[in-house]
Design a protein around this ligand. Structure first.
Ligand SMILES: *Cc1c(COP(=O)(O)O)cnc(C)c1O
Length: 360
């Protein structure tokens, strides 16, 4: 076996013990003579996985009883539409912070559903920074405020969140969910596609404060209504069983490794190691100011595009995948999700140092 260091932004690296357990259980799940993916989603075996994953999430997050845990298909992208369809009634508006590529997409879908007020748009600064959360001027009558906690492509991450008073905060946490301790009660709705920190693509975790279910319109088609998923415990239709199974294994692993506090410590350590290497020496540079640098997606540049190409090619040859920046912004990006070992960050830095010595 030759496992490389996988710096892909998503789908992305998963803990090796999780993959090995899934491999072991793949063909004959718990002596049932069939694979989990061949079983009914109403079977006792699957129910244990489904409800087990939900309760692990509750435990790891310290989730208050007043929140529902939902697993929905369609990626975080479906939530760009579902959130406004359910929570933005006619005659109301929602506030949006536009901080990069993902919040732009979320905003575009929300605008198809109802009125959106953009309370922050980072466009003029090429989305390379975030505002002071306390400087935002919010509408106290908004149906909700939408945030993207970590911009996976741009590499900016909110270090603390705006206070919206009684206005529910809706947050896309796809790329930093479960990487740090979280004041859940500050949010009305949290959604995260699993394929960054939580598992494989196919399942989206949605946490919803129960009182918000009242505003979900009955006119919505069943699958698009949060109430359907809440009342059916995300078993209204066939859930993405294999994805949720892997989510449960990832959660068990996370819990055994010390939960969110440990994850937060590791995220700080990995990202500090890489940012320090970028700052030291003058060969690499990071376009993001320190106060909003992402601990999950570290973006950086080399002196020119040719060197960047060579850097990425040589890194790949050396067993470090996925360091190319998103095609929309160029440059380099190292995604350092929960499953990236600190040794991976150190190996990257060692390579960066050698590369700079050769070409700097
Ligand atoms: C990856 C990502 C998405 C899109 O997720 P899909 O599951 O592909 O729909 C949305 N928002 C953020 C912040 C992401 O990182």
């Amino acid at each position: 076996m030759n496992r490389i260091y996988n710096f892909n932004a998503g789908p992305s690296t998963l803990p090796l013990p999780v993959l090995e357990q899934a491999q072991k259980e793949m063909v004959d799940y718990r002596c049932k003579g069939m694979s989990l993916v061949e079983m009914s989603h109403r079977s006792a075996e699957y129910e244990e996985i489904h409800y087990g994953a939900m309760s692990l999430l509750r435990e790891i997050l310290g989730l208050p009883e007043s929140y529902k845990v939902l697993f929905i298909g369609g990626g975080a992208t479906l939530q760009f539409a579902m959130a406004p369809m359910n929570l933005l009634p006619a005659g109301k508006s929602c506030d949006f912070t536009v901080t990069g590529a993902w919040s732009k997409k979320a905003r575009e879908d929300a605008e198809k559903v109802g009125r959106v007020d953009v309370v922050y748009d980072g466009r003029e600064g090429d989305y390379l920074s975030l505002p002071d959360p306390s400087a935002l001027i919010l509408n106290p009558d908004a149906a909700y405020l939408h945030l993207t906690s970590n911009e996976t492509i741009g590499g900016v991450q909110w270090q603390s969140f705006p206070e919206a008073g009684d206005v529910p905060v809706v947050c896309d946490m796809s790329s930093d969910f479960l990487s740090r301790r979280l004041p859940v009660e500050k949010f009305g709705l949290i959604y995260a596609g699993a394929q960054k920190n939580v598992g494989p693509a196919g399942a989206t975790v949605v946490l919803l404060r129960e009182d918000l279910l009242e505003s979900c319109p009955s006119s919505l088609p069943a699958y698009l209504n949060y109430r359907t998923h809440s009342e059916g415990d995300s078993l209204y239709n066939t859930p993405p069983v294999f994805a949720i199974y892997l989510v449960k294994l990832v959660l068990e692993h996370l819990k055994a490794e010390g939960g969110l506090e440990a994850a937060e410590g590791l995220a700080e350590e990995r990202s500090r190691i890489v940012y320090e290497a970028i700052e030291g020496g003058g060969f690499y540079s990071c376009p993001i100011p320190p106060h909003c640098r992402s601990k999950m997606n570290v973006v950086f540049r080399l002196p020119d595009g040719e060197l960047e190409k060579r850097f990425i090619a040589e890194a790949t040859a050396g067993g470090m995948e996925g360091l190319k920046g998103h095609r929309s912004v160029g440059g380099c990006r190292a995604s350092l999700y929960n499953a990236m070992p600190v040794a991976g960050a150190k190996a990257l830095v060692e390579f960066m140092t050698q590369f700079a010595a050769r070409y700097g």
